[in-house]
Ligand binder design. Structure first.
Ligand SMILES: [Zn+2]
Length: 225
């Protein structure tokens, strides 16, 4: 298949970024507080942990201010984006995500009916496991309930193993939870369309994390709008 060939060629020269929505708080954009979303509550007899597994379905949010951007950060894992963003991604064949409807039930100082429609983005692409030199280790794993936790205190950087990466333009790696990794294609689209309330970074910014690729650390970018 030609698609497969194209992906493996792309892999050799891949550059990855972290895509994040801006944090709430003093910034200009609204932050969404979770009011309701479907989840499965898991109580494990073996490891004694109680945790929640998110399920597909409508996400209900309350916003702390009326100004919104193309992306919407919230206390729900992953992030939300306007239907315009979803449409742009699909038009550019960015397919490695699924969406759930977002319903804003309340806006402090605003009217929910005046807001654009949002979709909650669930990233489906996989980068497999980080390479061991990333400095992340498995803290706890329960075979009975599937609960896994990783320690990132000594993170040296995101050393992505391109052999495990499935070639998706948006993906997660096992050890970094819902941290959203994107390819150069997605980074270019975000900048071309000047999408707002998001940041893209790959080197020495923010949390001091670095991104490594087969060609070494790519030129630093830090995009915030
Ligand atoms: Zn367990």
């Amino acid at each position: 298949m030609s698609t497969r060939k194209r992906l493996s060629k792309d892999k050799k020269s891949s550059t990855f970024y972290v895509l994040d929505s801006l944090d709430g708080g003093p910034g200009p954009y609204a932050w969404g507080y979770l009011k309701d979303a479907p989840y499965e509550r898991i109580e494990c007899d073996k490891c004694k942990s109680v945790w929640a597994r998110d399920l597909p379905g409508t996400v209900y949010l309350e916003l702390d201010k009326p100004k919104v951007g193309d992306f919407l950060g919230s206390s729900v894992p992953n992030f939300s984006a306007t239907e315009r963003v979803v449409e742009i991604f699909k038009r550019h064949k960015i397919m490695s995500f699924e969406t759930d409807p977002v319903e804003v039930v309340k806006v402090k100082g605003g009217d929910p009916s005046k807001l654009p429609k949002y979709q909650h983005i669930r990233v489906t692409g996989s980068g497999g496991h980080l390479l061991p030199k990333s400095g992340v280790w498995l803290e706890k794993e329960c075979k009975a309930c599937g609960h896994v936790s990783y320690n990132l205190d000594d993170l040296q950087g995101f050393f992505i193993d391109v052999d495990q990466w499935d070639g998706s333009d948006m993906f997660h790696v096992t050890e970094a939870g819902v941290t959203c990794f994107v390819t150069q294609r997605v980074a270019d689209i975000i900048q071309e369309y000047e999408l707002t309330n998001c940041k893209l970074f790959n080197a020495e910014h923010d949390r001091g994390w670095k991104m490594y690729t087969p060609k070494g650390s790519p030129p630093p970018i830090y995009y915030e709008k």
